[in-house]
Design a protein around this ligand. Structure first.
Ligand code: UT7
Length: 384
């Protein structure tokens, strides 16, 4: 196996993985009772048959926490071992605090830094690349990367050209440093902001703050020029795959599977033709999930791992594109088989206890802050 192009000899392995989806499924035929569409059109044009939709209580953070707990179980590590949490999302819990900080609190990951990564549907690839490089530098050892989305909350449910595409869900990886070659090898990250208008949520930021007018004009929901995004996606997917493979000193013959962003089956078919690769090398599950943006790659990868398609030492290319415009790819050698420690059950029980302690600790901190604020807050301000 070739070493890292950066000359470092520390590797970042994916040693834990997990997913979460909402309870509710929305099928194409149910959608056809909401807008002027039908199952035949949606399947033929996108490959999507159904998607998961979050209820009022399911949020980007709650799905992210569920996926993170599953990933910590697979890695069999404690939340206290985490050095950093990165959440890739376009549907954060709030503008701030970051969704990553809320997840850090819920997990009780008391030694972890936390931030959100905003690169739309390419967010998970960006986050994976950043996490891999921080670990390879030796700065920190254990990173939780989450892709979590509740796109149903920013979809215009009257716009048939977008509302049929998106779904909700989350996926998470635990990355750890090791001297053993493998894991994240190379990445390609790109952006072309001149295409920013092609896919965006127009209002709610500093350019167009929320107002009565923005609400009336439905500017807090996704708008997209589907044809242009389609053309861009088919062009960049194949290029990014070639570039990331060549950066690792490999050829496409060395690659076992491509795990693409699950936006549209036709985009993936076009990339397969362009790369001259058989379609069964591409992991696809958008038929059951729709486009879950930053969550789509971990959701697809975890399914392929669960059904034993992906084996240790397989070379995988994660490739994505999306709003920004952004696109990117990461090449990974899948190096770990699932841990079979006899203590795993006890470790899981311990983690569950730690999550309960984390909740209590968080509630105590909030209450203490309130009491301190009531007793001394005014005094300190007066002193200043
Ligand atoms: O994560 C990145 C995010 N986005 C994407 O990756 C999306 C990329 N783009 C696409 O996947 C495709 O462009 C779409 C699936 C969005 C649309 O497929 P298309 O083959 O490009 O259709 P189109 O926009 O060219 O529309 C064709 C026709 C139009 O009717 P006319 O003007 O030909 O009479 C649309 O009005 O299909 C109509 N149409 C629909 N018909 C039934 C658009 N949406 C629907 C619908 N049901 N849901």
């Amino acid at each position: 196996m070739p070493g890292l192009p950066n000359g470092l000899n520390r590797y970042a392995h994916i040693c834990g993985w997990g997913t979460a989806v909402p309870d509710t499924i929305l099928t194409n035929s149910e959608l056809s009772r909401m807008v002027d569409t039908d199952d035949e059109w949606i399947v033929a044009r996108t490959g999507i048959k159904q998607r998961y939709i979050a209820n009022g209580k399911e949020t980007t953070a709650s799905l992210g926490v569920e996926a993170a707990k599953a990933a910590l179980d697979t890695a069999d590590i404690s939340p206290n071992d985490l050095d950093l949490i990165i959440v890739a999302t376009s549907t954060p819990e709030h503008n701030f605090p970051s969704t990553a900080s809320l997840i850090q609190d819920e997990l009780g990951a008391s030694k972890a830094g936390a931030f959100d990564m905003g690169a739309a549907c390419t967010g998970f690839v960006y986050a994976l690349s950043v996490a891999g490089q921080i670990i390879q530098s030796g700065a920190i050892n254990t990173v939780l990367v989450i892709g979590s989305e509740t796109l149903s909350k920013i979809v215009n449910w009257e716009d048939r050209s977008t509302c049929v595409l998106f779904g909700d869900g989350a996926g998470a990886f635990v990355l750890q440093g090791s001297e053993v070659p493998g894991g994240i090898l190379t990445s390609v990250l790109r952006s072309d902001g001149s295409g920013g208008d092609l896919l965006k949520v127009p209002a709610g930021g500093s350019a167009l703050p929320a107002s009565y007018d923005t609400l009336r004009d439905n500017l807090h929901t996704i708008t997209m020029n589907g044809r242009e995004v389609f053309r861009f996606a088919t062009r960049v997917m194949a290029d990014a795959c070639r570039e990331v493979v060549s950066a690792a000193g490999m050829t496409m013959d060395d690659i076992d599977f491509i795990v693409p962003h699950q936006a549209n089956a036709r985009i993936i078919e076009a990339a397969a033709r362009n790369l001259n690769l058989p379609l069964d090398m591409f992991i696809m599950n958008m038929d059951r999930y729709g486009n879950t943006s930053a969550a789509s790659i971990p959701l697809a990868l975890c399914e392929a791992v669960a059904d034993n398609r992906i084996k240790p030492h397989n070379n995988l290319v994660f490739v994505a594109f999306g709003g920004g415009l952004t696109w990117g790819a990461t090449l990974v050698t899948w190096g770990v088989s699932k841990s079979t420690s006899p203590h795993q059950v006890w470790h899981k029980l311990r983690r569950q206890a730690l999550y309960r302690v984390a909740r209590i600790r968080s509630a105590v901190r909030r209450s203490t802050r309130m009491i301190e604020g009531a007793l001394w807050g005014g005094e300190e301000m007066d002193d200043n």
